[in-house]
Design a protein around this ligand. Structure first.
Ligand SMILES: Cc1ncc(COP(=O)(O)O)c(C=O)c1O
Length: 388
């Protein structure tokens, strides 16, 4: 089946957070896509709406079976359906897990730059962010295991948030990386909370490794957050899962999610999730190819028109991480400057801990991407002129 990712869809006036911007502005910031969901998902939601009764909902067993089938089919990883807990989102799940598994004042290790919402999840709960900065050498990122060991060996450190694949760099952590993380966390009795929400959005030919699949140890000592929301563009339906193999940990986390009131199922979430994980393979693979072509187009455009900006090589996500450090002037103001001068709205790197960077969401039709790149070029040209 052919899927059309090329035709722009007007999202204004649909309560879209992303598109709640001025008439002439172009949003390429928050992580959702300007594409419709797979046809089978739309159909499942329509059928549910057609029923017309939207009372309290309970999760059917088909939900955990659909998730388990997806991971088995795509990643050869066997998930026991009983280890899956439903939650309305990954961010609320992360906060809830933090509250259940750590105490106020303890350290939570974060590999920075990091997804912006992790910071307040930790600090608003009275825990301390202990950064394990990624090493950035020759324009590429890698893990700093020496520093990681130092941070994990602090007796106040009780949890590590792993982002796999990593937002904002788009890195897929290798099996060797994950094995080493697992060994260190086991040595220092630190639980790993692995946020794998971006796992399906890999470049064609690239595949992520679930942290829990690496070894029996990793499975036992980890809590994994997964969701159909990035993959199939369902963030507004609020559907996520927390996978916990260890029964004791699972019981504590289940109680936490319930206490925090984040287990309520909206009337559309189950049907949409089941349809996505049951019928979404072909659509997802077509999407991955489309996003990869967009990424290639950005790389070519930058090298031909804006060689001062370095696109970080990545294997996953539709979020591009742009190193703007070679530009003159104060880059903390660059995102706001671009928005003001050209209407292009990309995320400021400072939100992730790297003020010299920008994050650009390229999950959009090619014509929108081209518009964004033209705005980027004209904005950067003015920025350079004004800072020379
Ligand atoms: C790494 C990561 N985790 C979680 C989320 C948000 O998850 P949710 O909408 O399920 O709260 C995002 C969204 O961008 C993300 O990038």
């Amino acid at each position: 089946m052919e899927y059309n990712f090329d035709t722009p869809i007007n999202r204004r006036g649909t309560q879209s957070v992303k598109w709640n911007v001025g008439e002439t502005e172009l949003p390429m910031w928050i992580a959702d896509m300007d594409f419709t969901s797979p046809p089978e998902v739309i159909q499942a939601v329509q059928q549910r709406a057609q029923h017309g009764v939207f009372g309290y909902c309970a999760m059917p067993s088909a939900w955990s079976e659909a998730l388990s089938g997806w991971w088995s089919r795509r990643y050869q990883f066997s998930i026991d359906p009983k280890t899956l807990l439903f939650c309305t989102g990954v961010v609320p799940a992360v906060s809830s897990v933090l509250r259940r598994l750590t105490c106020p004042g303890e350290n939570v290790v974060l590999q920075t730059p990091a997804y912006n919402a992790f910071f307040p999840s930790i600090t608003n709960n009275g825990r301390h962010v202990l950064e394990n900065p990624l090493l950035y050498e020759n324009g590429e990122y890698r893990l700093d295991f020496e520093d990681l060991e130092r941070k994990l060996s602090d007796t106040q450190t009780t949890l590590l948030i792993l982002c796999n694949p990593h937002n904002p760099t788009g890195k897929i952590w290798s099996r060797e990386d994950l094995t080493q993380i697992g060994a260190l966390c086991e040595k220092y009795h630190v639980i790993v909370l692995s946020d794998e929400i971006h796992c399906d959005l890999t470049d064609p030919g690239c595949r992520y490794v679930p942290f829990a699949s690496v070894s029996e140890t990793c499975r036992r000592m980890s809590v994994t957050c997964i969701a159909p929301t990035k993959t199939f563009n369902l963030a507004g339906l609020q559907s996520a899962a927390v996978m916990v193999s260890d029964e004791g940990l699972r019981n504590r986390i289940r109680a936490g999610l319930q206490t925090d009131g984040i287990t309520g199922l909206n009337a559309f979430a189950a049907d949409a999730t089941i349809a996505a994980y049951t019928h979404g393979d072909a659509w997802l693979d077509a999407l991955r190819t489309y996003i990869y072509k967009n990424k290639t187009a950005v790389r070519t455009f930058l090298s031909e028109n804006l060689p001062q900006i370095h696109l970080i090589p990545s294997q996953a996500t539709y979020l591009l991480w742009l190193d703007c450090s070679a530009l003159p002037g104060d880059k903390t103001k660059l995102s706001a400057f671009l928005r003001e001068k050209t209407g292009l709205f990309v995320s400021a790197g400072s939100a992730y801990g790297s003020p010299d960077f920008l994050r650009m969401n390229i999950a959009c039709p090619r014509c929108i991407l081209d518009d964004g790149l033209a705005r980027l070029k004209s904005g950067i040209d003015i920025f350079i002129k004004e800072n020379q």
